[in-house]
Ligand binder design. Structure first.
Ligand SMILES: CC(C)(COP(=O)(O)OP(=O)(O)OC[C@H]1O[C@@H](n2cnc3c(N)ncnc32)[C@H](O)[C@@H]1OP(=O)(O)O)[C@@H](O)C(=O)NCCC(=O)NCCS
Length: 178
């Protein structure tokens, strides 16, 4: 897999008012605040329900370690930011998982319902595709309708020749008909 730059060359980032970039140590307090809303963490199996600043510090340290040891994996983990002031709003990544590459994301509660995650998914899928990743799993829990809508309804229809959803698997790049 190719390694990509920390800030991906995403065309629509500036015009949409959001950007994807690496996490910074200065994000820790805002990330903690955003993840202290149970509605955000309840469907995220890998996050504790009662999130503390120490969890955010540990995540930042994990990312720093990953950058040293597995930079190609670290380069697919992004903070979603407000473009103007750089404030973190959420997280999105594509990461190796048991069944292949898996997309994961969350957005601070205040930012829901503005199509921000639809935008972020589109951006990271283009980055993944540029890295040679052609198949990505998304596994929202049953009942997580917002997340299912993002992948099933919005992303899969966005551009038929780039993205497609088949049997719960999101294909990026070449659309494979069975
Ligand atoms: C899932 C999540 C990322 C969605 O982000 P978002 O920026 O609000 O999503 P978008 O605005 O791009 O699109 C959401 C779609 O879901 C719908 N939606 C939003 N909130 C909803 C809700 N509470 N119930 C049902 N549908 C909802 C929107 O109407 C839209 O569907 P549409 O295409 O019919 O208009 C956000 O709700 C979140 O961070 N949730 C907590 C973490 C999480 O569940 N992560 C995913 C784990 S798999």
């Amino acid at each position: 897999m190719k390694q990509i730059p920390a800030t991906p060359p995403v065309g629509s980032a500036a015009s949409d008012g959001f950007s994807l970039s690496t996490f910074r140590e200065s994000d820790i307090d805002e990330i903690t605040r955003l993840l202290q809303t149970d509605a955000v963490t309840i469907d995220l199996a890998q996050l504790p329900l009662h999130y503390t600043r120490q969890h955010a510090v540990q995540y930042f340290e994990y990312l720093e370690n990953l950058k040293q040891n597995q930079p190609e994996i670290a380069s697919l983990k992004f903070a979603i930011r407000e473009q103007c002031i750089g404030k973190p709003m959420g997280r999105i990544d594509v990461a190796p998982d048991v069944d292949g590459w898996k997309i994961g994301y969350w957005l601070g509660f205040d930012y829901w319902g503005q199509e921000i995650m639809t935008w972020a998914c589109k951006e990271i899928l283009a980055v993944a595709r540029a890295c040679g990743i052609t198949k990505i799993y998304g596994q929202p829990k049953y009942g997580n309708w917002a997340s299912r809508r993002v992948l099933d309804s919005r992303i899969s229809k966005m551009s038929g020749d780039i993205f497609g959803l088949m049997n719960g698997i999101l294909f990026v790049g070449e659309w494979k008909h069975s």
